[in-house]
Design a protein around this ligand. Structure first.
Ligand SMILES: C[S@@+](CC[C@H](N)C(=O)[O-])C[C@H]1O[C@@H](n2cnc3c(N)ncnc32)[C@H](O)[C@@H]1O
Length: 315
C-alpha cells in the first residue's frame, strides 16, 4: 500500500511518498484515485527522480484525514480542519518559545539548542495566539468529553508565559484548565553560571476539558451500600519519568519520554482511543499509543521529524 504525507512548503503542498511499513493506514486512498491518472503517474515518476521523495499535488490543498494511525507533515492549524475522525483526546508538547531561531544561531551554539527549522522565538502575543488558535481547532475535532493534555515549560526570560497561555485559552475558547500534573525528570539543566536560575527538574502538564464530566481510568475500589458513594483507587498528579527516550536526542532537541505519555494514556484514555498530537516531533506519542493499544494522529511542521516519527513507530 502506498502512503503519502502532506508537507507544507512556502507556496505549495507536497506529499512525501514513504515505503509501506505495514502499520499505518492510508488516509488518502480516495484522493490518490482521483488525482493519479496513468499520465499523472509518469510525471510524478519524473519528478521523483529529480527530487526523490516529493510529489506535487496541485489539485487539492489539504486532503481529508479519514483514519487514525497516520503521521502528517504540515502546519497543524491547517491540517486539523481536514481531520474527519473524532479524536478522544490530545497529548502534546508545543514548542516552549525558548527564544531560539535556527536562522540566527551563533557559531558557538550547538545544533541541539535549536529545532531543525521551527523558529522558537515568537513574541509572547504571537505564541499565545498560536496556542489559542490550536484550541479553537480542537473544539471541532475532539469528542465532547475529550481532554487536552498540554505539556509546557518556560524560559527564564518569560517564566509566566505558560500561565498567560492557560488564561487566554480559558478566556477565548470553551476549554477550561481542570487539573495540573507534574512531570519530574531525573536531571535538568544545571544553570551553573547563573546565580539565580534553579534546575527546572519539574515540568507541568495542563489538563483542559470543556466540561466536568471528562472520564478517567481510576478504578472503583468500593461503593458505600447505603449512599451509593464510590471510592476510587489512589492516583496522584506527580509522574516520574526520564528526560527523553534513547535515540531521540540526536534528532530533536525537545522531546518528552514514552513513559510520561504512557502514564497519561493509562490515567485518562481507554484502550482503542484515538489520540492527536499536533506537535509530534519524534513521534513519542505515537510510540506510546502503539505500545498501549491506542491509536494516533501525529502532525509536525518539519518533514525531517515526521520522517523520523514514521520510522520510529514502525520499529
Ligand atoms: C516540543 S516539540 C515536540 C516534541 C515531541 N513531544 C517529542 O517527544 O518528540 C514541538 C514540535 O512542534 C513542531 N511545530 C512547531 N510549530 C508547528 C505547527 N504550526 N504545526 C505543527 N508542528 C509544529 C516543531 O517542529 C517541534 O517538533
Amino acid at each position: 500500500m502506498e502512503r503519502y504525507l502532506l508537507s507544507q512548503q512556502p507556496d505549495t503542498i507536497v506529499a512525501n511518498k514513504l515505503p509501506d511499513t505495514g502499520h499505518a493506514s492510508s488516509w488518502c486512498t480516495k484522493r490518490k484515485k482521483r488525482t493519479r491518472s496513468h499520465e499523472g503517474k509518469k510525471i510524478e515518476e519524473k519528478k521523483r527522480k529529480s527530487a526523490p521523495t516529493q510529489i506535487c499535488l496541485e489539485e487539492e490543498k489539504v486532503p481529508r484525514v479519514e483514519t487514525a494511525d497516520v503521521v502528517l507533515t504540515g502546519d497543524c492549524l491547517k491540517i486539523i480542519p481536514s481531520i474527519d475522525v473524532q479524536v478522544d483526546g490530545v497529548i502534546t508538547s508545543p514548542p516552549y518559545n525558548l527564544g531560539k531561531n535556527p536562522n540566527h544561531r551563533r557559531k558557538d551554539q550547538s545544533d541541539h539548542d535549536f529545532y531543525s527549522s521551527y523558529d522558537d522565538a515568537k513574541s509572547a502575543k504571537e505564541y499565545t495566539k498560536l496556542i489559542v488558535q490550536l484550541f479553537r481547532e480542537l473544539e471541532k475535532v475532539v469528542a465532547p468529553k475529550g481532554i487536552v493534555l498540554l505539556n509546557m515549560s518556560y524560559s527564564s526570560k518569560d517564566a509566566s508565559l505558560p500561565y498567560h497561555v492557560v488564561v487566554s485559552v480559558e478566556k477565548k475558547t470553551s476549554w477550561k484548565n481542570r487539573e495540573t500534573l507534574f512531570w519530574k525528570k531525573p536531571t535538568a539543566m544545571p544553570f551553573q553560571t547563573s546565580p539565580r536560575n534553579l534546575s527546572r527538574i519539574v515540568e507541568q502538564v495542563f489538563l483542559f476539558a470543556r466540561n466536568t464530566d471528562f472520564v478517567t481510568n481510576k478504578a472503583v475500589k468500593s461503593v458505600n451500600e447505603k449512599t451509593g458513594q464510590k471510592f476510587y483507587a489512589y492516583a496522584d498528579n506527580y509522574i516520574e519519568a526520564p528526560c527523553f527516550d534513547p535515540g531521540t536526542r540526536k534528532h530533536h532537541k525537545a522531546t518528552f519520554p514514552c513513559a510520561l505519555v504512557e502514564h497519561l494514556l493509562r490515567l485518562y484514555f481507554p484502550e482503542g482511543s484515538i489520540i492527536l498530537d499536533p506537535f509530534c516531533g519524534t513521534g513519542t506519542t505515537a510510540v506510546a499509543c502503539k505500545r498501549t493499544g491506542r491509536h494516533y494522529i501525529m502532525i509536525d511542521i518539519d518533514p525531517s521529524y515526521t520522517k523520523f516519527s514514521e520510522e520510529r513507530v514502525a520499529e
